[in-house]
Design a protein around this ligand. Sequence first.
Ligand code: ADE
Length: 247
Amino acid sequence: MLRRIDIITLFPEWFDSVKTLGLTGRAIDQGQVELKCWNPRDFTDDPHRSVDDRPYGGGPGMVMRPEPLALAIEAAQANGAASAVTYLSPQGQLLDQAGIQALSKRSQWLLLCGRYEGIDERLIEALVDEELSIGDYVLSGGEPAAWVVMDAAIRLLPGVLGHPESAEQDSFSAGRLDHPHYTRPSTWRGRAVPPALVSGDHGLIEQWRAQIAAERTKARRPDLWARPAASDPEASDVPPPAPKHDL
Ligand code: ADE
């Protein structure tokens, strides 16, 4: 179960809202999850505290220097961070809900956020154990991706959601999209709540929800519908990769 997250980032301020707001803020406030940021800029030894440099071979943009990143990773690990390093990058393995479930079962994460055009490849070869992507698009850095992954995993931790069954009913958890939700008033701007939901018949309500969820999934996400349902709920519980780098 996730207890501690360490983040290597040039912009620790990105995580101020994660620490204080909403569900993640509450989990951190209540001590369920500990969050520590490590800034590679604090591990530079030149007067400009430079963390990037021009790319060998030319081209636009700047590349993150390996040494400040390595020192920040090693300092985090010496302080008790996870030994396996997870780099958030569009070249990584694409995350889905099953991947998030597996990640939420690890006790610690050490997340590496890149900036600029990328990170010196030798740092990745030497110290990174896995690369994860949140989607086939390019962000300006790994921070929003780390934010997304943290939010999705922390809400799955026991006791974090007010109603644990809401995580089980999420879109994707059962290999299909969620059913629609309604609240009062029963008629809003001429639109009535579907009669099944006000019938008081729990069997009928479940049947209606399952049917709409199935129809939505077929129409909106035929790829998801075609995928075989995971028969073993533990099937996705993969352990973290063996770290390359032991302290
Ligand atoms: N960094 C930049 N783009 C990203 C993406 N799509 N997923 C994870 N990290 C990223």
